[in-house]
Design a protein around this ligand. Structure first.
Ligand code: EPZ
Length: 427
């Protein structure tokens, strides 16, 4: 397996292009199933998960073509077209590799009146149930059966109907599935306590561009007036706020000065506030966001929570930055039950982190020492790289296939701002 090798100590300086958001792309792609017309997505990131989702769409009868893009360009243009569906089944061997495959459930139900999707199972950060996805769809008239590890959903009479559902827990994926199901329902669908992440707004804006009628976009109450059909559209994926925040943490820990080109500060208010609490200079520029730091980070205290609060997807990266802080930082992870897998690996590099239940106390140390470490999940992997960039000596990060799921051409972007980082291919 490939590994990434970092020789720490270089300050990052220069411009980092921010790619299209993975978590927006993965909910925009299934929108192509909602119409027989072409959906063209621009600024699509080159990521393993995006390619995987394209493969799943092909399995369902949806063609996907990548329009010309030069190798040096970041982002791609993909046109997806489901003129007809050849299948309404998302098989286990695809879903088990990529949990986001569950996001075909709502659109297949809306388009074809039926869907059979493998249960996604858990992952490193938690058991990741989908009960809220199913309850929301049932509120819109779906009849759902769980059998042999699959969800079998049917819309009686071939079409979902109006209804209301109030989420007991904020769920990004369940909100996305419910939205994509509701847009073609017969009647009005209401979602209360809906997720408000920027990726949900991106999904709503794309659905509206396709002819959907959605009120309350950006709020936790979404009212969807079902329409009889949707048409094609061309839509640009929003910039990746988590990628941008990850590179910002790398800039701070290396006492660097970088511009995150294309990043949208409005999507990152809580993340930027945490960086400022750590003592970083954070400024909006014409092209994006400038993040600069001199000296050690100040200690920070944060709790992850649904948007607009601090995002769970930034917890590991922010923690890596805090390991060299001038005091004790306190992190509380309220979303996932097992999202501290990076802690034992960071400890191998000399970090002082004590975990007790959902809370981690990070006592700043004077230096980190490079080591062999293992990536366990996407964001944990990035936290190890961030620490490696500031560690003395060499850090080797193994199992970097996790990284390739969510960070487009990571080593190139880091090399361009002065990091001593390279990918060592296993073969
Ligand atoms: C999305 O996952 C993101 N993934 C995650 O990003 C992100 O961490 C998460 O939202 C929270 O922001 C994609 O968008 C592809 P949830 P999702 O449903 O939708 C519980 C990354 O690193 N829950 O908002 O699966 C769940 O267990 C990934 O890019 C239920 O109980 O997250 C969790 O505790 C990791 N029942 C909480 O809700 C359900 O039916 C939030 O999960 C669904 C969720």
């Amino acid at each position: 397996m490939d590994q990434i090798v970092i020789r720490g100590g270089n300050r990052l300086s220069g411009r980092i292009p921010i790619s299209g958001a993975k978590n927006a792309a993965l909910t925009l792609l299934p929108c192509a199933l909602l119409t027989d017309e072409p959906l063209t997505l621009r600024n699509l990131p080159r990521l393993a998960d995006v390619d995987g989702f394209g493969h799943l769409l092909n399995q369902l009868g949806c063609s996907t073509t990548i329009e010309g893009s030069r190798p040096e360009d970041f982002g791609r243009v993909m046109t997806a077209r489901a003129t007809t569906l050849s299948s309404t089944v998302a098989p286990y061997d695809i879903v088990r590799k990529m949990r986001a495959s569950i996001l075909v459930l709502g659109p297949l139900l809306a388009r074809a009146g039926e869907a059979t999707v493998s249960l996604p199972g858990g992952c490193a950060i938690g058991n990741r149930p989908i009960d809220l996805h199913l309850k929301a769809l049932e509120a819109f008239g779906a009849e759902i059966e769980l059998a042999s590890g699959y969800v079998k959903a049917v819309a009686p009479g071939g079409r979902l109907k109006g209804g209301s559902y109030s989420f007991p827990v904020v769920s990004v994926g369940a909100t996305e599935n419910a939205l994509m199901a509701a847009v073609l329902a017969k009647g009005t669908c209401v979602l209360e306590n809906a997720a408000r992440e920027p990726e949900i707004v991106d999904l709503c804006n794309c659905l509206v561009a396709m002819g959907a009628e959605i009120n309350g976009i950006g709020t936790d109450r979404l009212v969807i007036e079902g329409v009889d059909r949707l048409h094609g559209a061309t839509y640009a994926v929003m910039p990746d706020r988590i990628e941008a925040g990850s590179y910002a943490c790398a800039a701070v820990i290396t006492q660097g000065d970088v511009e995150l080109v294309g990043a949208n500060p409005d999507d990152m208010v809580a993340t930027l506030a945490a960086l400022r609490e750590a003592g970083a200079t954070v400024e909006t520029t014409k092209k994006g966001i400038r993040v600069a730091m001199s000296g050690r980070p100040q200690p920070i205290t944060l709790s992850t929570a649904p948007h607009p609060a601090f995002p769970t997807d930034m917890q590991a990266q922010m923690m890596a930055m805090a390991t060299l802080g001038s005091g004790a930082s306190v992190f509380t992870e309220t979303i996932f039950e097992n999202r501290y897998m990076h802690v034992p690996e960071l400890t191998r590099m000399g970090c002082d982190i004590q975990v007790k239940g959902r809370t981690a106390v990070v006592r700043g140390v004077d230096k980190l020492v490079g080591a062999q470490v293992m990536a366990t999940d996407l964001r944990a992997s990035m936290s190890l790289i961030i620490a490696g960039l500031a560690a003395e000596g060499e850090t080797q990060v193994n199992r970097i296939y996790h990284l390739d799921r969510g960070y487009e051409r990571l080593e190139e972007k880091f090399q361009a701002v002065g990091a001593d980082i390279e990918r060592i291919s296993a073969d």
